[in-house]
Write a protein that binds this ligand. Sequence first.
Ligand code: PLP
Length: 405
Amino acid sequence: MSISLIGRSIGESATLLLNEKAAILKAKGEPIIHLGGGEPRSKSPIDAITGLSGLLTSGEIRYTPVDGTIEMKKAIIRYMDEFYGRKFEPENVIASSGAKQAIMVALQAILDPQDEVIFPAPYWVSYPEMAKLCGAIPVPVLPEDGSFHPRMQDILQNVTTYTKVIILNSPNNPTGVLYSADFVKEVVEFCEKEGLYLIMDDIYHRLIFDGKKRVNPYDYTTVYDDNSKLIVTNGVSKQYAMTGFRIGWAAGSKKVIRVMSNIQGHQTAGPAVILQKAAIGAINGVQSGVESLRLTLENNRNVMMDRLAGFEGVKATRPDGTFYVFADFSVYDKDSKKLSEFLLEKVRVLTMPGIEFGLDGYLRLSTCGSIKDITEGIERIKWALDPNSPNELYIGERKLVRDWL
Ligand SMILES: Cc1ncc(COP(=O)(O)O)c(C=O)c1O
C-alpha cells in the first residue's frame, strides 16, 4: 500500500516533536521551562464560559449550519465592523474550527495544483504545509535586506504567472514585527491590480505594543463585493486566550465564502455549537481581558528583550506585538534544531528552532509564560552557551556541571 504524494510531502513537525519530548520530561518531574508555547496562560473570558455552560446544561447539542450559527455570524460581522469599519452580510463570513481551518479552506477554495503561494519569511509553520496540502507550491520570501520587514520589491521578485495568492501575517509569528501601513497598502493595491488573492492572517492584530496601530487592509481596497479577493482571517485563540476552543473565522466575498463553506461542509461541517457559543460570549462580552493580556505580553516582551540584551552575541529584533521573540543564536550554533534539542537536553528549556519558520540559526522564544519562566529560562540558556558563565548551575536542588564548553 502506498502513501499519497501529498501525504508524503508533509514534513514531520520538529516543533511538535520537541513539544512532545518536553511534555514527557515534564510528566517525569523534570523542571522544564516552556519558552516554546504559542498560547497565553490567562483564563478564558467569563462571558465565554457562561455562554457555553447555558447551552451545555440544556443537553441539546446539535449540528449548526456549516458556516456557523446566525448568532456567531452576527458576532463576526460586529467584530469586522468594529475593527475594520466594514459592514458585512452573513454570506460574507464563515466560522471555522480555528483560524487554521479558515485559512486552510480559503486556500482550498482558491488554489489549483501547481499554483504558487507567496508569503514573507520567517513565516508561520503551517503556511508551506497548507499550500502543499492543496498540491500548490509554497514560495517563502526572505527580505533581502536581512530585516524582518518584507519589502514590495522582495515580493515582486517572486511573482510568476503561477502566483495565485499572497499571505500576510502581521504582527508576525515568529518575529513579532508589525508590517508597515505602506507595505500593506502596496500589497493590497498590487493584488487588486493583478487579480491575486490576499489573505490577511490577523490573529495577533489586537496584541500590539508601544502604542503602535494595527493596519486595516480595507483602508486601501477599491474592489468590493464579489470581485474582492481580500480574505481576512482571525479567531479567538490568541486575543481571548481560547486556544482550546478552536474557533476562527474568515471574511471575504460572498463567492469565495460560499466555496469555502462547501468545502468545510464535507470536512468537518459547522464548528462545534458549544464552542461557537463560547466564542460569541468572548466577542460580545467584556473586552478588558484582551487589554490586560496585551499589557502583560508587552511587559513580558520588555523583560525578555532586557535579558537578551545581556547575552553576548545574541541579536533580537524588538517585537511590535504577538508573544514571540525571534532571536539570532547563530554565533552559538547555526543549526537551530540541534541547538533547540541541546537546550532541552542540557538545561530543560524548550525553545522553537528557527528552521521551522524558514530561518536557521534563530530560536523562537515565547513570552507567554511568567516573568520567572522568562528570566530563569534565559539564564539557563546563557549558562549553557556562554563560556564566561560559572561552571555550575542549580536548578532547584539539582546541581548541573557544564562539561561541554
Ligand atoms: C500566524 C498564525 N495564524 C493562525 C494560527 C491558528 O490559530 P487557531 O488556533 O485559531 O487555529 C496561529 C496559531 O498558532 C498562528 O500563529
